[in-house]
Design a protein around this ligand. Structure first.
Ligand SMILES: Cc1cc2nc3c(=O)[nH]c(=O)nc-3n(C[C@H](O)[C@H](O)[C@H](O)COP(=O)(O)O)c2cc1C
Length: 384
């Protein structure tokens, strides 16, 4: 079982898992060089390589509706492994590493997720966590035949959803009578093995930060500079304090696009060649979705020229850039840790295979340990 321990300031490292073709890179040419993500054996070997290298967790994103015809034609995030089911398969391919499944509260019922999550936690021996998302794409709501729910209302619903989930997990009786969700008194759930599985959120708006402060253990923050990220985290901590949660209750996490090569020149040349291969028409569809549904992306990308914006979203989404030699990448991570208050990273690998992921991680991990900001979970034990 993964231990609950949030007091230390050591990094928790994970992988933003390739649950689809081109999870963050929109380019059939780049994807063609990677293994087939829909081969279950590839997925199991990759998960085992991540655990062996010493990652703390596997982060499985999810989405329902394709972003558009061009993205589908480019194989970008369509099709996509359903995160909870892929988590179950990866649980049996690994023994220690954490498994985080993204779940859209808007498109599920608490009774289903309570059982799904508890089962994943039991099956994995207490290694499951949930990334709570409300769904930023109006395409998704339309696909389910639902009216587009307002942004802040989705968070209000998510909060009620999590309360209903906790009601089911604690085995209380009498039913749950929330503002949006009513749980029948007959409904029950298998209890999770961990008393309270890890909850993650990536809210960036005022409503999102408020939700994370109340419900999350980790929050994935995006931002273009340290002041923006620490500013958001101060808001989260202030709200958490007001409702009596301890200061250390919530960790700031970030995601980053990782390319490590022997020299900076080599890594940067590879990064540049990926940028040149972005399918700009497909990236335009994805950028429209991101900017339509997320304030952060509107602010982050709005000031750039169209071409720069498309290349950015098509080569790394909203992630930080970590491209360089092991020393350069580690210096950048130390800066994120010290200046941004970043306590964990989810690496996405534009070029990936079990061998590439292991090689990249093993080239930076000893330096992270030397810098005093990371200890391998093989030594310290796996802890959230
Ligand atoms: C690291 C990270 C992972 C995310 N994963 C998903 C995901 O798997 N599915 C999804 O629909 N949204 C995902 N999102 C989007 C967020 O749920 C959220 O919509 C976004 O950060 C905007 O926040 P806001 O609604 O508070 O403005 C992710 C965001 C980040 C930063």
């Amino acid at each position: 079982m993964i231990m609950r321990r949030s007091e230390d300031s050591l990094l928790r490292l994970g992988i933003f898992y390739p649950s689809s073709t081109g999870i963050h890179v929109i380019s059939p040419e780049v994807s063609a060089g990677n293994p087939n993500p829909f081969d279950p054996q590839v997925q199991c070997r990759l998960a085992a390589a991540c655990e062996e290298a010493g990652l703390d967790y596997i982060f499985l994103a999810d989405r329902w509706a394709p972003f558009g015809e061009r993205c589908t034609a480019a194989g970008f995030q369509d099709p996509f492994w359903y995160a909870p089911l892929l988590s179950a398969a990866l649980a049996s391919a690994t023994r220690r590493i954490g498994l985080v499944s993204t779940v859209h509260t808007t498109y599920h019922r608490p009774e289903q997720v309570a059982n799904l999550g508890a089962m994943l936690d039991q099956l994995s021996g207490g290694r499951w966590g949930m990334n709570i998302v409300t769904g930023f794409s109006p395409n998704e709501a339309a696909m389910f035949g639902m009216a587009n729910i307002g942004h802040d209302d989705r968070y209000a619903m998510a909060e009620d959803f999590i309360e209903a989930l906790k009601y089911l997990w604690t085995g209380k009786s009498g039913g749950f009578d929330g503002r949006f969700y009513k749980v029948d008194a007959r409904a029950t759930s298998l209890p999770p093995l961990q008393r309270d599985p890890l909850m993650i959120n990536a809210g960036a708006s005022a409503a999102g930060l408020d939700f994370a402060a109340k419900q999350a253990d980790w929050i994935f923050l995006t931002g273009t500079n340290a002041a923006e990220v620490t500013g958001k985290m101060s808001k989260v901590n202030a709200i958490a304090r007001d409702i009596g949660r301890p200061e250390t209750a919530i960790r700031a996490m970030m995601h980053a696009n990782l390319i490590v090569r022997d020299s900076d020149d080599e890594a940067q040349a590879l990064g540049a060649s990926i940028r040149e291969k972005v399918d700009l028409d497909a990236a335009r569809e994805f950028a429209a979705e991101l900017m339509g549904g997320m304030d952060t992306f509107r602010r982050m990308l709005g000031a750039q020229s169209e071409r720069d914006r498309l290349i950015r979203v098509g080569s790394r989404g909203g992630g930080q850039l970590l491209h360089g030699s092991p020393r350069t990448v580690v210096a950048d991570i130390v800066r994120l840790h010290r200046e941004y208050g970043c306590r964990g990273l989810a690496f996405s690998f534009p070029i990936w295979s079990p061998k590439e992921v292991r090689r990249s991680l093993l080239s930076i991990m000893p330096l992270l340990a030397e810098a005093g900001i990371w200890i391998s979970p093989h030594e310290r034990g796996w802890s959230w």
